[in-house]
Design a protein around this ligand. Structure first.
Ligand code: TYD
Length: 224
């Protein structure tokens, strides 16, 4: 028989995070997983992203696309952490509590990988101490040469971190972080994102299914 405690645990949604360098296809894959989870689990799924749509996230996006200039890297690191807390309190935690699954395009690992270029991990972890651990992190690994080409094909404007030397450093930080999380027993899967979008999606679905067997899927087709 289920105790109240185990029932609650079962009903709470799963928190799934996508990570990778700019242009890795995070938004596309997050939205495909969103469609799949909703269709196959019958549960509501919140699809969200960081920087969030909240007030601090809006400010950060203006700094990232250079509409606002002159914010220091330390200020940005604190803003990313503040946005995360606001996002958790206003969107992620309430959704999980209602039993929704939550898919978030970027989360804490982005701060550790991007701001980790300038600051010690210990400080970044401290300012993000309230950020709960995800149930699953999906890290999409793509070579920055490929991601920058994809970005150039899609738009004219180049955001703050979209340069090869920066993204190489970010990728090497991600490599260390992915190993660290794995050693600590957090669920993290690495996906080779250098292939066609559909192949990457298929790989993500089969990994998610393996990890969370009750998400079982029947004949689901992506609508591209
Ligand atoms: P991205 O999510 O790729 O946004 P877009 O919708 O414009 O494609 O870009 C967000 C940028 O912010 C990306 O360069 C990574 C960076 N970032 C950080 O540096 N730290 C963080 O904590 C987060 C969440 C994002």
């Amino acid at each position: 028989m289920l105790t109240d405690k185990s029932l609650n645990r079962q009903e709470k949604g799963k928190f799934i995070v996508f990570e990778g360098v700019d242009g890795s296809g995070l938004s596309t894959q997050a939205s495909r997983l969103h469609a799949w989870l909703e269709q196959t689990t019958g549960r509501k799924v919140l699809l969200t992203k960081e920087p969030s749509e909240g007030p601090v996230g809006v400010l950060l996006r203006q700094a990232l696309n250079k509409r606002i200039q002159g914010l220091g890297a330390d200020t940005m690191a604190l803003l990313f952490a503040a946005d995360r807390l606001d996002h958790l309190n206003h969107a992620i935690l309430p959704a999980l509590a209602k039993g929704y699954h939550v898919i978030c395009d970027r989360y804490l690992l982005s701060s550790l990988a991007y701001q980790g270029r300038n600051f010690p991990l210990a400080w970044l972890k401290q300012i993000n101490a309230e950020a709960i651990a995800p149930d699953l992190t999906i890290f999409i690994r793509v070579d920055p040469v490929i991601t920058l080409q994809r970005i150039a094909d899609k738009r004219f404007q180049v955001d703050l971190f979209e340069q090869e030397n920066i993204l190489r450093e970010v990728l090497s930080n991600y490599n260390l972080l992915v190993n660290e999380l794995g050693r600590k027993g957090q669920k993290i899967i690495e996906i080779d994102g250098n292939h066609a979008l559909d192949d990457v999606s298929t790989e993500i679905l089969s990994s998610v299914q393996e990890l969370i067997p009750k998400f079982g899927v029947k004949n689901f087709q992506y609508q591209s």
